[in-house]
Design a protein around this ligand. Structure first.
Ligand code: SF4
Length: 379
């Protein structure tokens, strides 16, 4: 039997038409990096993220101009939009009036009566909220501050506990105000703090969790930190929506997020390319990496479901290729093309990818004939 993550049971928070939590798929978020008032630039990033499968997009709303741009943005995208608000309660109200599906804010940043006003509006309009608690925004308890030259050894865990307590208190307040359509994030730039706080919160409530390691760095650094922090939690069934924070393109945030969920079998990737790491037995001209990248490129716009294995030599070829729909195995001058574990033919190395794509079209026709996996198209 295949290993499967057992998800934590939560209530459902609905953002636009997207259900988060419960038994629903773990969703992938990103955040635009543009000035939100620059509608064409913001839409360009949202549309690019939509094209690679994002489920929900957050935009910063730091000023009136950005709040005013929200209706135009909302009218031209198909995924729900979250407004990211910091201290200005008026902008949160404007964003809700402008139609955003969810507002993310740290409730501790505004006065209680103003926070209630925002929550009341979100409830009356059927919108969602995210309670965003970040390690950087938590004030240490009085008496907890480390003394000069005498850092309290448990300062880190005290602060982490304080983050969880703060989040729980806000959840209770929101529930007490009759508003239940919310989720929580407990973010830190440290993966271990992220794991600790979210595990603890998950044990104490049924509120859905948005996971993220914040300020995680550029693509490689963030992928590693997020894989450690989020991957650990997700493997334990904790986490209902994720964002991979990358100093870079939102499209990369979405791709890494979807790949992470696919690695944990929480989402299915439509194109899965399994490539060997290569070694001294690699017989592909230029190395298996070149061939794997050619296959990736050939399938980058493919909308059907396919697993392709790319191996450098025949040592593990038939066995490994058998796990995939199609397989390419490198050999001197001419490689082997497999369909499942069946060897189709030998093909000159420079025609391997072209021939693999021909076999893909045959496979599609066969699937369509038996009515499996729906209709598919190849460019
Ligand atoms: S498939 Fe062959 S080339 Fe690739 S890592 Fe294994 S032994 Fe090396």
């Amino acid at each position: 039997m295949a290993f499967k993550v057992k998800r934590r049971k939560t209530r459902t928070c609905t953002v636009g038409k997207l259900p988060i939590g419960g038994d629903h798929l773990v969703s992938v978020q990103t955040m635009t990096k543009t000035k939100t008032w620059d509608v064409p630039a913001t839409l360009k990033q949202i549309h690019a993220a939509q094209d690679v499968g994002v489920d929900v997009v957050r935009v910063a709303v730091p000023d009136e101009e950005s709040a005013a741009a929200l209706p135009a943005i909302l009218s031209q995208c198909r995924v729900p939009i979250i407004a990211d608000i910091h201290y200005a309660h008026g902008l949160a109200l404007k964003a809700l009036e402008g139609g955003v599906h969810c507002v993310r804010m740290n409730p501790g940043n505004v006065k209680l009566d103003l926070m209630k006003k925002i929550v009341d509006m979100a409830r009356d309009k059927g919108r969602a909220m995210r309670i965003g608690i970040n390690a950087g925004s938590i004030e240490p308890r009085k008496g907890l501050e480390p003394q000069k030259g005498d850092e309290a050894p448990d300062m880190e865990s005290e602060m982490a506990d304080l983050m969880v307590e703060t989040a729980i208190q806000w959840c209770e307040k929101f529930d007490g105000w009759g508003f239940h359509n919310f989720k929580v994030s407990l973010k830190s730039s440290d993966p271990l703090t992220t794991i600790y706080t979210n595990r603890r919160f998950a044990r104490l409530t049924d509120v859905p969790l948005h996971l993220g390691v914040t300020e995680a760095g550029t693509l490689e650094a963030s992928t590693i930190k997020s894989s450690v922090g989020l991957g650990t939690l997700l493997s334990e069934g904790i986490g209902d929506t994720i964002r991979i924070s990358i100093t870079g393109n939102p499209v990369d945030e979405v791709r890494v997020g979807l790949d992470m969920l696919a690695a944990l079998r929480l989402r299915k990737k439509n194109v899965d390319i399994v490539a060997c790491p290569s070694c001294g037995r690699d017989e592909v001209d230029g190395g298996v990496e070149v061939l794997a990248r050619e296959v990736e490129n050939a399938l980058k716009d493919y909308k059907g479901n396919i697993t392709v294995s790319v191996l450098g030599c025949i040592v593990n070829g038939p066995g490994e290729a058998g796990e995939a729909d199609l397989g390419i195995v490198g050999a001197k001058d001419a490689g082997y093309l497999f369909k499942g574990s069946t060897l189709l033919r030998r093909v000159p190395n420079n025609q391997l990818v072209t021939e693999m794509m021909k076999e893909l079209r045959i496979l599609e026709a066969e699937r369509a004939a038996v009515g499996t996996r729906g209709s598919v198209s190849v460019k």
